[in-house]
Structure formats: structure tokens, C-alpha cells
Ligand binder design. Structure first.
Ligand code: PLP
Length: 395
């Protein structure tokens, strides 16, 4: 009989010639279980999605409750759907007052698309500034603002009027002018291998955008919901973006994205012409119900505060001659090694020992340390032991 793995390679579109091929039967908390019953600690969190752990009971209950009511009923923005209303209300309540209007979409890339369109609409300008090594999604607009030529070159022509500055280089902020519609930036760069901006740089960025009437779009698709030790990463910098992008952990494990702005900005999408952004499934009621439950878990179970202690423990334990640097904030960390060969080998050895670990799109020489925030001290010790043993086996 043909196996699922064979069928996967046969009938499912592939994104690389070397997929991981782990066949997951179920997931719970910080654990993934394969079809042989082998348990793996998830150090990737489905790429920053499972902040509250896999299948949190409150999320499952909220999904079940919504399943008993309705699934899809209409396109985004027409009917009053309670899960969407309640979720937006909760999100707005934990955000600064200028981020008071939520446009729910399906994914991170769609949130990027919506925000770029909104910036053009609001400013009447077309120039966009992004950062080298950035990642904002894989659709055409999002690809246009991706700071890595290798992934873009086969898709040109992309959006015109996009230029790239160096992340964290203050002198480059001069390139933001009164012709710039928006700057789109990750609050800390994820796929670049986790790069943290300086406080002064972020404050200058905010100031320069204010001076030039440019919208500041901060992409926290990977960084939000406690991952960096604050509910939102921009809180580390004492600044507030004009538009905030969310996805990944937003849905508590279900697919959803959002771009959030002030109502006076967002309101422009509703008239002249109407339907400034159209999405059928955006803000799906099941995803919104799950997302609301997930956010309540983050807040009520106080998952954010202990993140700093957990980061400190990782940093204390992950000391090894092969580790060049640990970068990042909270549980959004990058462990820098010397080569991709080392990264691949460590990943393989960790997998054998029941630990799922990965690298980064734009930085294949560093490893991603991004477990669900619920990981315990004992589990961190276990994880670090496995990683250190793997590093010991490198030649
Ligand atoms: N922005 C950032 C910072 C991301 O890390 C990602 C996904 O990895 C995206 C945007 C795109 O999100 P999605 O894959 O949901 O389109």
C-alpha cells in the first residue's frame, strides 16, 4: 500500500526538494507526536504560531462552541459576526488607543497587502521603504517588500517604487521623505536570523515618519503575543506604529491575520471607492473564536512575564565553543553557528533525540529557538542538554 509519505510527495505541491517529512499524528502543549508515537519537543512552535502550546483546552472549547453555531456565513465586513466583534474588542483593549480598528484577513501576507494598500490610500503616495533581509510574506506585494533578492528575482516585475534600507542603520532613515507612503519593518527581524533594533534607532524611525507624514507599519506577525517578553514587541521601544500587522499566534492555532490602525486611517477603505480590501474568509468566525480564547489564555495565565526568565535560562545554559552568539528577545532567539552543515547536523541529531529545531529563511547558519511560551524550566534544561550534546558531536 502506498504510504502517506509517498502520497505527500506525489500529490501535494512541494516547496523544496528536502521537506522534513515528519508525519505528525497529534500535538499537545509543547509536544508533537509522530505516527510511531515518538514525542518531539517543539522548539519552532509551527513558526511562532503555538505560543500557548498546541491544542490548548480553552481554544478547543471555543472552537467547539462556534462549530455548534455557524461556520462561514458571508464575506468579510457585511454581517455582524459575534466572534469577530468580540475578538476585535479584546485586541483593541490591549493596544494603545490609536490602534483601535481591526481589519481581519486570512494570513500574514494578506495583512501586509492590506497595510501597503492602506498606506497608499492614506498618503496618496506610492513610495515604500522596507529593510534588507526582511520577510513580510510571499504574495506579490509582500514579495516586493522582501529584502532578499534571491527569492524575488524570478517574479519580476514586482511593485515599483520600493527601496530598501539597512535595518538598524540610523543614517539610512534620511531616505524617508515626504514622498514616502510607508515604512514597513519587522519590530525585530525574524527570518534574518533574529536581529534586534536599538532603542534609539526605533525612536528615530518613529520621529522621521512623523516629520515626513509617512505611515509606520510594524510587522509583528512573528513577534507578538508575548514572544519577546512583552505582549507586543513595539512596547520595548516606547513607540506606537501607525499600522500593526498580526497573524501566526493571533489565531491560537487557527489561520487568521489582521492589520490594525486608527479608525480615521482605516475608514478610507470603506468609501470612494468602497471595498478597499476584499476578503471572503478574513476574520473567519471559528478562527476569531479560537483567537479570542488564545489571547485570554495569554493574559489570564500570565504567560508573558516569565518569558524573560526563560530567555535567561536558555542564555545561561546554551554556552558552547560552537555557539558564536545568541541573538533575540524573550523566546524569539537565534543561535548562531558557523555553517549550514553544522546547522543541518545539529537539527538531525536533535530530531533523533526528540527535539524539533529549525533555521531561518535568510540565515541558514543560525538555529531558531522559539518554543511555546508554556515551556517549563525542566523542559528548557532538557532541550539545552540535547542541543549541547548535538554540538559536542560536531567535528
Ligand atoms: N511577516 C513575518 C515577520 C513573518 O515571519 C511571516 C511568516 O513567516 C509573514 C509576515 C507571512 O505570514 P504568512 O505565512 O501567514 O503569510
Amino acid at each position: 500500500m502506498i504510504s502517506n509519505k509517498q502520497l505527500f510527495l506525489l500529490n501535494n505541491a512541494q516547496t523544496s526538494t528536502t521537506p522534513k517529512m515528519l508525519e505528525i499524528e497529534r500535538a499537545e502543549g509543547i509536544y508533537l507526536y509522530d505516527t510511531n508515537g515518538k514525542a518531539y519537543i517543539d522548539l519552532v512552535s509551527g513558526f511562532a504560531v503555538s505560543n500557548i502550546g498546541h491544542r490548548h483546552p480553552r481554544v478547543l472549547a471555543a472552537i467547539q462552541d462556534q462549530l455548534n453555531k455557524y461556520l462561514h456565513v458571508t464575506v468579510y465586513g457585511e454581517y455582524v459576526q459575534t466572534p469577530m466583534v468580540k475578538f476585535a474588542e479584546k485586541l483593541v483593549s490591549v493596544l494603545p488607543s490609536s490602534l483601535n480598528n481591526v481589519y481581519f484577513v486570512n494570513s500574514g501576507a494578506e495583512a501586509t497587502e492590506g497595510a501597503l494598500k492602506l498606506a497608499k490610500r492614506y498618503t496618496g503616495r506610492s513610495k515604500i521603504i522596507s529593510c534588507k533581509n526582511s520577510y513580510h510574506g510571499s504574495t506579490h506585494g509582500a514579495l516586493s517588500v522582501m529584502g532578499n533578492e534571491e527569492f524575488k528575482q524570478k517574479y519580476r516585475p514586482l511593485l515599483p517604487d520600493v527601496s530598501f534600507i539597512h535595518f538598524n542603520r540610523e543614517a539610512d532613515l534620511e531616505q524617508i521623505t515626504t514622498e514616502t507612503a510607508c515604512v514597513i519593518m519587522e519590530t525585530l527581524q525574524g527570518e534574518a536570523g533574529i536581529r534586534v533594533a536599538d532603542l534609539h534607532y526605533m525612536q528615530k524611525l518613529r520621529q522621521r515618519c512623523d516629520e515626513t507624514g509617512t505611515l509606520l507599519i510594524l510587522d509583528e506577525i512573528q513577534a507578538a503575543f508575548g514572544r519577546t517578553g512583552k505582549l507586543f514587541a513595539f512596547e520595548h521601544y516606547g513607540i506606537v506604529p501607525d499600522v500593526l500587522l498580526l497573524a501566526k499566534a493571533l489565531g491560537g492555532g487557527m489561520p487568521i491575520g489582521a492589520f490594525i490602525a486608527d479608525k480615521k486611517v482605516m475608514g478610507l477603505l470603506a468609501e470612494n471607492p468602497i471595498l478597499g480590501h476584499i476578503t471572503t474568509f478574513g476574520g473567519h468566525p471559528v478562527s476569531c473564536a479560537a483567537g479570542l480564547a488564545g489571547l485570554e489564555v495569554v493574559l489570564e495565565e500570565q504567560l508573558v512575564l516569565p518569558v524573560f526568565e526563560k530567555e535567561a535560562l536558555f542564555r545561561d545554559l546554551l554556552v558552547h565553543p560552537k555557539i558564536k552568539e545568541i541573538r533575540g528577545m524573550g523566546l524569539m532567539l537565534g543561535m548562531q553557528l558557523d555553517s549550514f552543515q553544522q546547522v543541518e547536523k545539529v537539527s538531525q541529531l536533535c530530531s533523533e533525540e526528540g527535539l524539533v529545531i529549525d533555521w531561518f529563511l535568510h540565515c541558514e547558519t543560525a538555529m531558531r529557538i522559539a518554543p511555546p511560551l508554556v515551556i517549563t524550566e525542566a523542559e528548557i534544561r532538557k532541550v539545552c542538554k540535547v542541543i549541547l550534546n548535538a554540538l559536542d558531536q560536531l567535528t
